[in-house]
Ligand binder design. Structure first.
Ligand code: MLT
Length: 245
């Protein structure tokens, strides 16, 4: 399998995603939040790029089973039911609910990946499940896209991409582009220090300043959830078994 890693969504072109399997990474926090919501039993997540798209869509859905979630500048959007902290997405809140999720970088990146065969949402918390799923696929190309921060490089996403690539390259024959090699190097440099990396990266420090320090601990719990949010036809559902090799 060839693995190509992009450090920002701005690097996405039609040919990098069209018809391929894509893994989107937004560790802080949309990817982790999606994993928590799925683990809490939500029915589906509908990722949208803008607040306007979220509110328009909510107006057309059954209010009793729909929640609006997301953030701008890390904070809950006015009038929304939930922000973007994974700790808010507990089973008693999200079970059987449809969640419309609008986040600055994470859901925007997912929207940019439309055209992919399927989009896996990868984060530290569900890494083992993502690796098992990808290893069972019969695909020639995996494109790993980091959501980054405002179209710029984000260290935590690059290191998480590197963890995915390092684990896949342990037991599989892989061909890596330079981005994937760089991500793997960054991961190897930081693999023993994920919690402190999350506290020290720019977005981690920003979230801490908003009072979301606990989210950083949650987002760094490697392999803590056995769930894989997967996007097909614009909806995020739980992945079923992979198409086996
Ligand atoms: C994003 O999509 O930009 C993030 O998940 C922001 C955050 O809530 O920390």
């Amino acid at each position: 399998m060839r693995i190509e890693s992009l450090f920002t969504p701005g690097e996405i072109t039609e040919s990098t995603v069209k018809g391929t399997t894509v893994a989107v990474i937004d560790v802080l926090r949309a990817g982790t939040t999606a994993a928590y919501a799925m683990s809490g039993g939500c029915e589906r997540i509908i990722p949208v790029a803008t607040v306007e798209a979220a509110t328009n869509l909510a107006a057309s859905l059954d209010k009793t089973v729909t929640l609006l979630g997301g953030e701008r500048e890390g904070k809950r959007i006015d009038g929304f039911d939930l922000g973007n902290s994974p700790l808010e997405y507990t089973s008693d809140v999200v079970k059987k609910k449809t969640i419309i999720l609008a986040t600055t970088n994470g859901t925007r990146t997912i929207s940019m990946g439309q055209g992919a065969k399927e989009i896996l949402i990868a984060s530290f918390v569900n890494m083992r499940t993502v690796v098992d799923y990808v290893a069972g696929l019969d695909e020639e190309l995996l494109t790993v896209v980091c959501a980054g921060q405002d179209d710029r490089f984000a260290l935590e996403d690059a290191v998480c991409a590197g963890m995915l690539i390092a684990r896949l390259s342990r037991d599989n024959d892989v061909d890596l582009n330079d981005g994937a090699q760089a991500a793997r190097l960054l991961y190897r440099q930081n693999e023993e220090a994920i919690p402190s990396l999350l506290k020290n990266c720019e977005h981690g420090r920003y979230l801490e300043s908003l009072g979301f320090g606990k989210d950083l601990d949650v987002c760094g719990r490697v392999d803590s959830l056995r769930v894989l949010p997967i996007v097909k036809d614009g909806r995020i559902n739980k992945a079923k078994r992979p198409r086996r090799k």
